[in-house]
Design a protein. Structure first.
Length: 407
């Protein structure tokens, strides 16, 4: 017994290997094993002539797996399964095609579990950081229905759409942040390095300064004397806000409510959330997931606390026998177009198709809104920077203009 426990506690180390397969093609990859001899033995069983085996470096092990990596892997796996490639071989091919060692290692672990008889959905559930409950539930539904390739194709499409949508929202929301950051950096540079030269000039003249000039000089003095406190406070404020949002669900929920009420960005966030909601629900329902279970997953993937809470209420109403359209109407959160399309889908038996059309429509709305916002923000950047820099320049030259008028 003691010997068996000792064997199970052997630590596996990531190795990088290179070799030649049966067809003479050069191949390489990664593997978790107890030692180099184990790696060589496993590769020989696979018909690979080993040329090089070494322990993986710490730098390579530290690379993370992004959502884009998972989406690309899902697309590759769906394509290979549709082409008739065996599942285990598809995992091998997908692992070799990625340059990210962390993803190669992850796929190797999943392949080992599947090879040992574990279902693919159960193997994915062991890695919740990379495969959420929505992903695993859809894969499980595909396994049960015997249409894993079609479900994986739908998951890949869903993930690609969500990544594109998230990228557009990020670019739209980061635009004003970038404007503010650029304006602050330019202003700080002027206050620290340019204004002090004017202060020395006006100090020697001894003349009375206009109020605007005196104000700018006072702000410059504050920057010069307390620049470390100003920059440190800003960094602490940003970092503290991010940590507070991560740790406090109540604060996140409140921020989500405020975000929907913003004058320009609120409608954009709402359209993006509705598109994500409809796309997620459509993918779940089309895969054969029961409606109540699908709504539970949709609430978790909504991305906004207001819509997540409303979806949980809808789930409760549907579970007690209410229609989905009536429950959506009672929630008073979702747009009328979505409610009407859901009602038509329930009557015609094509709910997933109607939800897909709603998602397509709102994704196009997000595209148009982001394009309009970008064209609006460009002149706003010029105006903000122009007013800010122009105001400082005028404040500095006012005493000169005043002396010139006296002469």
């Amino acid at each position: 017994m003691a010997q068996a426990r000792a064997l199970t506690q052997v630590k596996e180390i990531p190795f990088v290997w290179e070799g030649v397969d049966k067809s003479g093609k050069k191949v390489k990859g990664e593997m978790l094993a107890a030692g180099e001899a184990v790696v060589r033995q496993i590769l020989r069983r696979q018909g690979i002539t080993v040329q090089k085996v070494r322990k993986q470096g710490l730098l390579a092990r530290g690379r993370s797996i992004s959502e884009k990596d998972i989406a690309l892997f899902t697309r590759q796996l769906a394509t290979m399964l549709k082409a008739g490639v065996p599942l285990l071989q598809a995992f091998d091919i997908a692992a070799r095609s990625h340059a990210n060692p962390a993803l190669q290692r992850l796929l190797g672990e999943i392949k080992t579990d599947v090879e040992a008889g574990t279902s693919m959905s159960a193997a994915f559930r062991k890695h919740p950081k990379h495969f959420d409950s929505l992903y695993c539930n859809l894969v499980h539904a595909g396994e049960q229905a015997g249409m894993l390739d079609a479900v994986l194709d739908r998951i890949a499409t869903y993930k690609e759409k969500m990544l594109a949508l998230k990228g557009k929202i990020k670019s739209a929301l980061f635009y004003p942040v970038i404007v503010i950051a650029i304006a602050f950096i330019i202003t700080a540079g002027i206050m620290l390095f340019v204004i002090p030269a004017f202060k020395d000039l006006y100090g020697k003249s001894g003349a009375d300064l206009p109020a605007l000039t005196a104000l700018v000089l006072y702000i410059s003095d504050l920057f010069v004397a307390y620049w470390y406190l100003i920059f440190g406070s800003l960094i602490a404020l940003v970092a503290g806000s991010i940590q507070a949002l991560k740790r406090s669900p109540r604060l996140r929920a409140q921020v989500d409510r405020w975000a929907l009420q913003l004058p320009v960005f609120g409608p954009l966030i709402e359209k993006a959330t509705v598109a994500r909601w409809a796309r997620t629900f459509s993918s779940m329902f089309a895969a054969g997931v029961p409606m109540v279970e699908a709504l539970d997953a949709v609430a978790g993937a909504a991305g906004n606390a207001v819509f997540a809470e409303a979806t949980q209420k809808i789930r409760t109403d549907v579970a007690t026998g209410a229609s989905l359209a009536a429950s959506l109407q009672a929630a008073r959160v979702f747009p009328n177009m979505l409610i009407q399309m859901v009602a038509i889908g329930e009557e015609s038996g094509a709910l997933d198709t109607m939800l897909t059309k709603v998602a397509d429509y709102y994704e196009r709305e997000v595209d148009d809104a982001v394009a309009a916002l970008s064209s609006l923000m460009e002149p706003m950047i010029m105006v903000v920077l122009g007013v800010l820099i122009g105001g400082i320049v005028i404040a500095m030259y006012l005493p000169i203009f005043k002396m010139g008028s006296v002469v």
